[in-house]
Write a protein that binds this ligand. Structure first.
Ligand code: ZN
Length: 155
């Protein structure tokens, strides 16, 4: 399994989640993502909260978040569409703009509704596929097109 460490702002591990790398996995003994028992839902990649200026991006999955960061967009991930927490609102409240990259499915639109109700400055990005599939299909241009921007030169 791929181990996905959840790090604090100083790079110290807070938790680890695991993702099966078997293509088309249908294992019955684990889910899509797996946490250590008793761990509570955390935001992934919170170092970006401290590195970001007035905007932050939020994805549904850890790997989606890592793609945005690689493209120079400060981003955090929720541990899943159903795991939005009230305390996440407080973590994002200081940003002027919160770009929500929800998956284009029912769970994603429920999530987007919830986040935009709780955060006035949140705005949904319209995607035809999730962030990873969008990137695989169209590269950085497809991501920046979804955001409605030209690719910015990384500072
Ligand atoms: Zn598996």
């Amino acid at each position: 399994m791929l181990a996905i460490p959840y790090l604090d702002r100083n790079g110290r591990p807070l938790a680890i989640r695991f993702r099966c790398l078997v293509d088309g996995c249908a294992h019955e003994y684990h889910g899509k993502y797996n946490s250590v028992k008793g761990d509570h839902p955390r935001m992934y990649g919170i170092a970006s909260i401290f590195a970001a200026k007035d905007e932050i991006h939020v994805t549904e999955g850890e790997l989606d978040r890592n793609i945005l960061v690689k493209l120079g967009l400060p981003a955090v991930a929720l541990p899943g569409a159903e795991l939005w927490q009230g305390r996440f609102r407080r973590m994002l409240a200081g940003f002027n703009r919160v770009w929500m990259w929800a998956d284009p499915d029912d769970a994603g639109s429920d999530l987007l509704n919830k986040v935009t109700r709780q955060l006035r400055q949140a705005k949904g990005i319209r995607l035809k596929q999730d962030v990873t599939d969008t990137y695989v299909a169209g590269g950085a241009d497809a991501i920046f097109a979804a955001l409605g921007r030209e690719k910015e030169v990384a500072a």
